[in-house]
Design a binder for this molecule. Structure first.
Ligand SMILES: Cc1cc2nc3c(=O)[nH]c(=O)nc-3n(C[C@H](O)[C@H](O)[C@H](O)COP(=O)(O)O)c2cc1C
Length: 368
């Protein structure tokens, strides 16, 4: 097995958003992440040496407006993965692919190429696209929600056939026609690299359970226990309906400081005082989360979470508290978490020196 996603650590760790401006924090403070290659290389190499299992970029083509045009400046994900793959030695390097933006023959070839560059450490996050203005840039109307998954199913079926079929094959579906499909070399990982999907809807979950190796659950509110049922349900869906074992991960954001209080105050400051509220208003509108649809307090809480870290589960406090919270996430059945920080490099550094040893002591991870 060449991919650390299948390695022995009980709680796997990944970094999220190291190709998009500001990564996951919709704020205007100094010290944010910017996708400059020297920075990306430094951060990803540091994570690689510290034993992180996954580096997951965000597929994005335009920003969300506001003062910062949040995420608007960004690097393309396959080429990013090729570069990061060449600069690292152990971690799994993901590309995130919006299926409507790329033909499956091209995506399969790019994925195989990166799998060879990395010696079998590539993984693919399949996303359907939900940000209409971004999809419209490609000159097409965004598909209706469930149809996106029908399209993704054909797209992924073709990828898997290209990766595994030793014979040329024809394919005729609703969206694609492949004549004498041919693909050599095959990926290093057999039968093919791990596939992730983070769909949250019922149809998205079925798609992930049936076709993917890694799925995400949204840990709602601050109650970790509430996620236990959700994690078990997703796992059961894959096992019972599709006879498959999948990994279940969650997206978290991290704010680490010397004391819990300092961390909470810092987060309140970068969200309430320094947040890019115009950008987050645009985002929640696109997501269909408007006043009237949601009660006012729920909408405000959602905006707060998006600004703090793209709506992820909050890991906020001093190192002890963060390690304890990660232990709780593991105890409810999660296999891994994606992390990001507003001041990314500084936060990651503190996490590696202060939290990682605590995770080792707790038996959640071995020494890097
Ligand atoms: C960890 C994570 C990563 C995601 N990455 C992207 C991405 O890079 N680009 C994107 O457009 N959507 C991304 N999404 C959105 C999901 O693919 C999905 O569309 C969303 O969660 C809504 O689910 P649904 O499609 O089932 O309604 C991500 C979601 C999560 C939780």
């Amino acid at each position: 097995m060449t991919n650390p996603l299948f390695g022995p650590n009980k709680l796997k760790l990944g970094l999220f958003g190291l190709n998009v401006d500001q990564a996951c924090a919709i704020t205007t403070i100094d010290g944010l992440f910017h996708p400059e290659w020297a920075t990306i290389k430094r951060i990803t190499q540091r994570a690689d040496a510290a034993g992180f299992e996954a580096l997951v970029p965000v597929a994005r083509w335009r920003g969300f407006g506001g003062k910062t045009n949040f995420n608007g400046t960004c690097l393309e994900t396959f080429t990013w993965a090729a570069g990061v793959g060449g600069a690292t030695e152990r971690t799994s390097v993901f590309s995130t692919s919006h299926v409507p933006t790329i033909h499956p023959i091209v995506a399969a070839k790019q994925a195989t190429t990166i799998d060879h560059i990395t010696g079998g450490r590539f993984a693919l996050n399949v996303v359907c696209g939900w940000f209409a203005p971004e999809m419209e840039m490609f000159g097409r109307t965004i598909m209706e929600h469930d149809e996106r998954y029908a399209y993704a199913t054909e797209w992924l079926t073709i990828l898997k056939q290209l990766w595994t079929s030793e014979e040329e094959f024809d394919y005729t579906g609703r969206y694609f026609k492949i004549q004498k499909g041919f693909h050599q070399p095959k990926p290093i990982q057999r039968p093919f690299p791990p596939i992730m999907n983070a769909g949250g809807s019922a149809i998205g979950r079925h798609f992930a359970a049936k076709h993917c190796d890694m799925i995400f659950v949204h840990v709602k509110g601050e109650d970790v226990e509430a996620a236990r049922k959700d994690v078990a349900e997703v796992r059961d869906l894959a096992r019972k309906q599709y006879g498959r074992d999948i990994q279940v991960w969650a997206n978290c954001y991290c704010v680490i400081a010397g004391t819990d209080r300092e961390a909470f105050e810092f987060r309140d400051w970068y969200v309430n005082e320094k947040g890019d509220w115009e950008a987050v208003n645009n985002l929640v509108k696109i997501l269909g989360m408007q006043a009237g649809v949601l009660p006012k307090e729920m909408l405000e809480a959602a905006k707060y979470k998006y600004i703090a870290g793209w709506g992820g589960y909050p890991l906020v406090g001093a190192a002890d508290r963060i390690a304890t919270d990660l232990g709780k996430l593991s105890a409810v059945g999660l296999d891994g978490v994606l992390l990001s920080w507003a001041r990314y490099e500084e936060g990651l550094g503190r996490f590696i020196t202060d939290v990682m040893p605590r995770l080792e002591q707790a038996g959640l991870r071995g020494r890097a």
